[in-house]
Write a protein that binds this ligand. Structure first.
Ligand code: DX5
Ligand code: ZN
Length: 215
């Protein structure tokens, strides 16, 4: 079953609890944490996630786009994250950082920028619950899907299947109804979408229509 993780980044920040209510039929809530250093943009931190936690039953899917994420894993776990994803590019000892996420009681994901090869994960895959393939360069919502990423998703899917790893592939960036079926056919199982859900007039309906396309 394909799962959806609407990205809060495209929501109306002046009324977040109401916004989150609209997508209660999703499986996850995607929380994009940006530090103005790894990526140019700055968003929010564990305080906001903690404040939102009582307003939703969805799994909190925290995507850390911050340098040296090992400094903040426990804070994001305590704030109510169920899944924490860190970027391979941000942590010198990523293997240890992944252990840290699991020790904090969360599922662990590793994200790759579009230009980072899958080979970087070769010795990390046995530890992961999820691989997040960025399908745009991280930092902003509303960018266009990078077409060569279909091939990357397929290659990763092949490796996961070959070793029988219990890893889910998540895709993030530029996903919309027009390319949804193609990313799913390539092997993506958890779909992040910001503009295509919260950016729409009726986010609940937008989510429903996307789900209908792949179920
Ligand atoms: C981008 C973020 C995404 C973003 C996706 O750096 O990681 O999660 O919210 O937004 P859309 O779906 O609009 O590309
Ligand atoms: Zn994200």
């Amino acid at each position: 079953m394909i799962k959806f993780s609407p990205s809060l980044l495209a929501a109306d920040f002046s009324q977040l609890s109401e916004e989150v209510e609209k997508i209660s039929a999703a499986e996850y809530l995607h929380l994009d944490v940006m530090d103005g250093f790894f990526v140019p943009n700055i968003t929010f931190g564990p305080g906001l996630i903690k404040a939102l936690r009582p307003h939703s039953n969805l799994k909190f899917d925290t995507h850390l786009m911050i340098e040296k994420p090992e400094r903040y894993i426990e804070d994001f776990a305590k704030a109510g994250s169920d899944l924490i994803t860190v970027h391979q590019e941000t942590s010198a000892h990523i293997h240890r950082t992944i252990q840290q996420i699991k020790a904090a009681g969360c599922q662990a994901g590793c994200a790759l920028n579009p230009a980072t090869p899958i080979a970087e994960l070769e010795y990390l895959l046995p530890e992961l619950d999820l691989v997040l393939l960025m399908t745009v360069n991280p930092g902003f919502g509303g960018q266009s899907f990078i077409d060569i990423m279909y091939e990357k998703i397929k290659r990763l899917k092949k490796i996961i299947d070959k070793h029988n790893y219990p890893i889910k592939i998540q895709v993030d960036g530029g996903i919309k109804p027009a390319n949804l079926e193609k990313v799913v056919a390539a092997g993506a199982e958890i779909i992040v979408a910001g503009s295509a859900i919260f950016g729409q007039e009726d986010p609940a309906q937008a989510l429903k229509e996307m789900r209908n396309l792949v179920s």
